[in-house]
Design a protein around this ligand. Structure first.
Ligand SMILES: [Mg+2]
Length: 314
């Protein structure tokens, strides 16, 4: 596990670095509050931090307060390192957001067990976060997170004048597969299809499980050609060879409906509605197909609705 050590006294810092590294933590160390804040504020900050109370720029206590109020990191366990040990000091430090404190000069054994306790909290927190955001079967984003992602990307695209590609993918004849293979077989099909579709995505694209055998894909910045290419690669990836299930093997295919949203009033619900209508056309057109809807208009929602209805009728 990574840990940040912020300590301005070179001798103490060296002792801390040696001790902590010997317990198999990956150490990042800095010597003032400002450098510590640059690391702690970012989304990929180490999840554990050992902060000296008295430092140039920001003190350890100020850092605790800033982390709790302003950092983008999901969670950081903060341990204050201090020569101040009156009850009042401890209360002040914990109220600022510290999780624990260690007295200076530090005792190696005590520091070790306190960091282990912090590590347990970090790991538990990470497990809870995974459960809250991931689909437990496929490991993809769950419905809530992928919908949040789409909403956020719509706002960003509207603000920056860019686009967002949206694909809804639905496995063909999944009920039939589930009936013939049993639920374990059906689960294996879902897991493998999810893996094959994820493989074609860029690191900043997102895919989530939208419903039973339905998946929602969000492609920031993608125009129609790019969105269609991704959808076709997903379609090909899913059908390319049979899926092994616990008891047999089966060929699977997927139908996909896609749309690109752009303009200042782009709306997540409308994009889903239009992509869904395109998916319906892909199903009716024989399955194992990609259907692109014309780009979602940036005009009123009634225009978008009329368009979705027209798509459904064709
Ligand atoms: Mg100091």
């Amino acid at each position: 596990m990574r840990i940040l050590i912020a300590e301005d006294d070179p001798t103490t810092l060296l002792m801390l670095e040696r001790a902590v590294a010997s317990w198999r933590y990956d150490v990042v160390s800095v010597r003032d509050g400002n450098s510590a804040w640059e690391i702690l504020r970012s989304a990929d900050s180490p999840p554990l931090a050992l902060l000296d109370w008295m430092m140039p720029a920001f003190s350890g206590v100020e850092l605790c307060r800033k982390v709790r109020e302003e950092s983008e990191a999901p969670f950081i366990y903060l341990v204050l390192l201090t020569g101040k040990v009156t009850t009042q000091d401890i209360v002040q430090g914990m109220e600022a957001g510290a999780d624990d404190y260690v007295k200076k000069p530090f005792d190696r054994q005590e520091l070790k067990v306190r960091l282990r306790a912090g590590q347990r909290i970090v790991e538990l927190n990470e497990t809870l976060r995974l459960h809250a955001t991931r689909d437990s079967l496929t490991g993809l984003w769950n419905r809530r997170v992928i919908l949040d992602t789409l909403a956020r990307e719509c706002v960003r695209a509207a603000r920056e004048g860019t686009r967002v590609g949206v694909i809804i993918a639905d496995l063909d004849h999944f009920k039939r597969a589930n009936d013939s293979l049993g639920h374990r077989g059906g689960d294996a099909v879902l897991v493998e299809a999810a893996r094959r579709m994820s493989r074609v995505l860029r690191s900043y694209d997102a895919i989530g499980r939208y419903g039973g055998e339905e998946f929602l894909i969000v492609l920031p910045g993608c125009d129609a050609a790019c969105t269609e290419t991704v959808a076709q690669r997903m379609r090909q990836g899913v059908q390319e060879r049979e899926v092994e299930t616990p008891e047999s093997r089966i060929r699977i295919t997927v139908s996909l409906g896609a749309v690109v949203g752009e303009g200042s009033t782009i709306n997540a619900d409308e994009l889903i509605r239009i992509a869904d209508a395109a998916l319906y056309r892909a199903k009716r057109g024989g399955r194992n197909r990609v259907e692109m809807a014309s780009s979602a208009p940036s005009g009123s929602s009634s225009t978008a609705r009329a368009m979705a209805l027209r798509d459904e009728n064709c």
